[in-house]
Design a protein around this ligand. Structure first.
Ligand code: HEC
Ligand code: HEC
Ligand code: HEC
Ligand code: HEC
Ligand code: HEC
Ligand code: HEC
Ligand code: HEC
Ligand code: HEC
Ligand code: HEC
Length: 396
């Protein structure tokens, strides 16, 4: 195996021509960075993506810095490196030992400038990248310079990457760096396996945001298993199975938008939620605790004891949403009655409730009636509500 040090000791003397070329490389990289800066500015001027099917979601403006924070002043970033890591990679043409495959000279001690400048050198062999970069959403640094991310010779990281994948990406994507760094709830999807590349194609993609698949499919690929554990060792619901078994999908999910409620890159709320939602079965009433739901639903339906229009979950004018949720200590959270992803019943009413610390399934036995509905042998004996008039049908 060819090691860099064999061919180019770090302190070997370099010719004047060598340094001239090195300077011109720095100059051309600077030009690329100016172009990238322009792109970043125009992207920042855009607002939230127009394809959103659901309202009220704010997409944080993202800052992209064009210059990776860790770029050293010299072009030595691309010199062959000394291999120290076990997941190191070496480029096949470099392994072949003939530097003149890419450089003007075959002498490893003085390979001289490369034969073809820019991405054309790479495309000469990786011609499939012409197609990749002509996809609907090409990644600007890949169009400009493959060497923004790859060492052309070898690397201590997989796929000839200049740095460990996550670090490389967040060196330009500062806002994602900050999100990941500061998040109280972290998402292992970003640190497992191929890291950012689990979901993004670093070169180009046909799906918005460089995603390797349609976003919901992406989530369900990993969340389509029974053995995904959260950070407390609790088994997470197999979402793919849940959605398949429950045809009545909640609005945003019917719109294929998991991100309407979850922050993929990490966040501060329970279950990576985009806003507050209580984590337990009971919670003291405070509208702020339900900011997630009230981003799309009217909180007044939960704060008025009497109403004939704000909610259908009422008996006459007695607001049963208020009765159940609006309590000082043991207010029932929405999960007591609703399954927020998908259900078989109307109004996203769940079949059973995970009750107590063991999550024992307590049947709700909800039945829809022509004038309302009823629940039987559950948290209480059978009770029926009538929302067809201003008068109560059965006293709860
Ligand atoms: C697959 C193509 C390719 C092969 C093969 C290759 N190089 Fe390079 N090399 C490059 C590119 C691209 C650059 C960086 C661009 C530039 O400097 O213009 C580079 C730059 C270098 C640099 C300069 C880093 C600096 O400080 O400026 C050294 C040293 C180097 N190569 C050594 C070698 C040696 C030794 C071999 C043969 C064992 C070799 N290269 C084979 C593509 C290649
Ligand atoms: C002379 C042909 C040739 C040139 C020029 C060339 N490559 Fe490659 N490259 C290969 C071959 C062969 C492989 C290994 C086979 C494969 O995985 O397709 C490879 C693999 C790679 C890999 C994957 C490495 C891995 O561990 O899986 C990367 C990344 C890569 N090349 C980047 C580049 C970049 C960037 C350039 C331009 C600086 C470049 N290549 C120029 C032939 C070339
Ligand atoms: C923004 C950073 C970035 C740029 C710029 C970039 N790549 Fe990559 N490249 C990556 C990452 C990250 C991977 C590993 C992807 C993965 O794990 O699936 C990769 C993987 C590859 C592979 C291996 C693919 C495979 O399936 O194993 C090749 C070949 C490659 N890149 C070539 C190129 C070429 C050619 C260019 C320029 C046209 C380029 N890259 C520009 C980040 C980049
Ligand atoms: C689990 C899948 C997944 C992983 C892993 C992931 N992302 Fe994303 N990313 C997404 C999705 C989905 C979007 C689309 C916007 C949204 O729905 O939040 C996105 C959007 C983006 C955007 C554009 C919108 C914005 O918020 O600025 C950038 C930039 C980005 N991701 C960078 C990264 C980086 C860097 C990493 C690695 C540290 C990464 N992503 C890891 C799924 C992922
Ligand atoms: C050299 C700087 C640089 C590096 C390194 C880099 N990017 Fe980018 N990236 C950009 C620029 C510039 C844009 C275009 C501006 C924009 O759309 O935000 C961009 C755009 C994106 C987008 C689309 C953003 C959107 O709003 O749709 C995603 C996703 C993304 N990059 C992910 C990654 C991932 C993943 C990596 C690591 C493999 C990475 N980037 C590495 C500079 C970089
Ligand atoms: C590459 C695999 C992968 C992908 C893709 C993925 N996840 Fe995850 N996700 C995990 C793993 C592993 C865990 C468990 C460890 C953890 O909590 O991070 C997890 C945990 C979660 C959790 C629970 C977090 C907690 O600790 O409370 C939520 C919510 C979640 N993912 C939502 C999503 C959404 C939404 C998407 C799509 C945008 C998605 N995931 C895509 C692997 C993935
Ligand atoms: C309308 C908002 C909303 C949407 C859209 C949404 N989720 Fe959730 N998700 C939640 C809430 C709320 C919880 C917490 C549920 C609970 O603990 O009662 C949750 C919990 C989760 C969990 C943890 C499950 C567990 O067993 O504790 C995963 C995984 C998850 N969601 C994945 C997804 C995926 C994948 C999608 C897209 C198919 C998605 N979510 C769409 C609101 C949503
Ligand atoms: C991103 C917007 C959004 C968020 C956030 C959201 N919903 Fe919804 N919700 C909808 C849409 C759109 C509908 C109408 C389509 C449907 O029936 O699913 C709906 C319908 C419902 C329904 C059924 C109404 C009926 O009478 O059939 C219930 C129950 C519900 N949501 C509960 C919740 C709960 C509980 C939360 C918080 C955990 C929540 N929603 C968060 C958008 C949202
Ligand atoms: C005690 C059970 C229960 C709890 C707790 C509960 N709901 Fe409901 N909810 C219902 C029932 C039953 C309906 C169906 C009413 C009808 O149309 O007959 C309903 C209907 C809805 C609707 C449809 C519009 C309406 O009000 O008629 C939305 C939206 C909704 N609930 C959201 C929520 C949110 C958000 C929470 C938590 C803050 C919550 N629910 C808590 C039982 C409950």
């Amino acid at each position: 195996m060819i090691r860099a040090s064999q061919f180019f000791p770090v302190d070997a003397p370099r010719s004047a021509a060598w340094w001239q070329r090195a300077v011109s490389t720095v100059a051309s990289v600077a030009a690329v960075l100016i172009v990238l800066q322009g792109l970043a500015a125009s992207a920042a001027a855009q607002t939230a993506s127009p394809h959103r099917k659901t309202p009220l979601r704010t997409v944080a403006a993202h800052t992209v810095v064009s210059k990776p924070a860790a770029t050293p002043a010299s072009s030595s970033r691309w010199a062959p490196v000394t291999i120290t890591e076990k997941n190191a990679t070496s480029h096949a043409p470099f392994e072949a030992g003939d530097c003149s495959i890419c450089h003007q000279n075959s002498d490893p001690a003085n390979p001289g400038p490369v034969k073809t400048s820019g991405n054309d050198l790479c495309m000469g062999c990786h011609d499939d990248f012409k197609q990749i970069l002509s996809r609907k959403y090409p990644h600007p640094p890949s169009q400009k310079n493959c060497l923004s991310c790859h060492n052309p010779h070898n690397s201590n990281h997989p796929k000839l990457l200049l740095e460990e994948a996550g670090t490389l990406c967040t060196s330009c994507h500062k806002s994602i760096h900050d999100t990941v760094q500061n998040a109280k709830v972290k998402h292992d999807a970003l640190t497992n396996d191929r890291q950012c590349a689990n979901c993004h194609n670093p070169h180009g993609a046909n799906v918005e945001h460089l995603l390797v698949q349609l976003p919901m499919q992406l989530c369900l690929d990993c969340h389509g298993k029974d053995n995904v554990l959260d950070h407390n060792g609790k088994k997470l619901t197999n979402m793919k199975a849940l959605l398949a078994a429950n045809p009545n999908h909640h609005g945003p999910i019917a719109g294929d938008d998991c991100s309407a409620c979850h922050q993929t890159h990490g966040g501060d709320n329970f279950r990576l939620l985009t806003n507050n939602y209580p984590s337990a079965f009971y919670a003291e009433w405070d509208a702020k605790n339900y900011a997630l739901c009230f981003g799309c639903h009217d909180e007044k339906a939960f704060t008025s004891p009497e109403t004939t229009e704000l909610t259908q979950f009422r008996d006459g004018s007695r607001n049963l949403h208020y009765v159940h949720t609006n309590k000082n200590d043991m207010g029932r959270t929405c999960r007591a009655c609703h399954e927020v992803h998908a259900s078989t019943q109307d109004h996203h009413i769940r079949e059973s409730v995970p009750y107590g610390s063991k999550g024992w399934p307590l049947k709700i036995n909800y039945t829809k009636t022509p004038t309302g509905g009823s629940c039987s042998r559950t948290c209480h004996a059978t009770k029926t509500y009538n929302n067809s008039s201003k008068d109560a049908a059965a006293k709860p």
